[in-house]
Design a protein around this ligand. Sequence first.
Ligand SMILES: *Cc1c(COP(=O)(O)O)cnc(C)c1O
Length: 420
Amino acid sequence: MQLGSDWNRRGFLATAGAIAGALLSPRKLFSSNGKPAAKGASVTGFGSTGNPYEELGVTTVINCEGTMTMLGGSLPHPELEAVMAMAGRHFVSIPQLEIAAGKRIAEMLKLPENYSALVTSGAAAAMQSGLAGILTGGNEALIRQLPDLTGMKSEVIIQKSHRNPFDHQLRSTGVKLVEVETLDELRAAVNDRTAMMHFTNFANSAGQIKVDEWVRLGKQYSVPCMNDAAADTPPVSHLWDYAHMGYDLVTFSGGKAIRGPQCAGLLIGRQELVANALLNNSPHEDTIGRSQKVGKEEILGMVKALELFLAEDHEALAREWQSRLEMIAREITKVPGVSTAFFVPDIANHVPHLRIVWDQARISLTPEEAAKLLRGGKPSIVISGGEGQPGLSMNSFMLQPGEDKVVAMQLSSLFREHTS
Ligand SMILES: *Cc1c(COP(=O)(O)O)cnc(C)c1O
């Protein structure tokens, strides 16, 4: 079964929203959140049990949803630890380190000539500082002035179907997003105030103007184009594909499938634009991006993470992820009434997924109820359900060794318990 990528990503965002909603109700925030730590638990020697989360009374979960920031993104590659620890042993000039790391990353990714990269605190930060750099250029007064756009361009064009919660980071610079649907509307929308044309990579199939045509039109109108491809690795080639396609700026999350530091991302783009983005970002003060601090640890960690990600056998990994799902499918379909199907979203979370459906006349459980029970179970399993789609769906690329068996077991017993 093939699902539209737009649905899938929306599903992710909606789930994230539901989790946030549960946590962010002000009442709940101020009452004790989660179960209290064991009575008499020591308040010194934090981490000595090997599970600091448990020491705080916070339950860790088995993640069947993928690279969700709300759940902690991804688990950084263990080989990052040594490099990040080394980073913490010296002082350096952060701008100098950013420039040197960007140069190394551009070489590793074989970016086009005159392209560089900037390690940011995430893809969202890359969006904001990239656009800020376009708006201000290298003009210090304008950099200090943002988000007051007096004397600057003030509009960003985006396809209506590409709007998503992350465009808040574009709006935070003060620009107005101008929505278009058709080519004619785009032609009519371009004017002297147009600063940038924004593309949301996961929405490619949803919009009338596709990723390659969008950047061709940008060139035609001499308007810089940004592509937000935050969650769109794998495939690994996306790290350079859009730069070679001509995108002036491209953003990626470091803490999703790349398995870099959780608080890191990448802005890839034309050198001059990347430099102007850096001027609008931490460590530079009186800038819109000063709140998006990037540490020396994240910068070095990101370089190492990319090195490891590039060296990975991505096909072997995909086979491993698929075989975990096949094992789960084999086990749970032993319960009468349960059936499964495999699919891979075209873009964003382009990894094997398993759709799990069941005959609700036989197993009296809605997908929402199933997801809730699994979340509350021991161990706690996070899996998507509902979203107006039948059944549950899951992926296996964030599972740790052995967790696939636990998921298969918990799902089977849940279905058995609710079989009439
Ligand atoms: C996750 C995501 C972002 C934000 O990335 P961070 O690295 O968490 O800042 C932006 N856009 C899209 C489409 C995403 O999926």
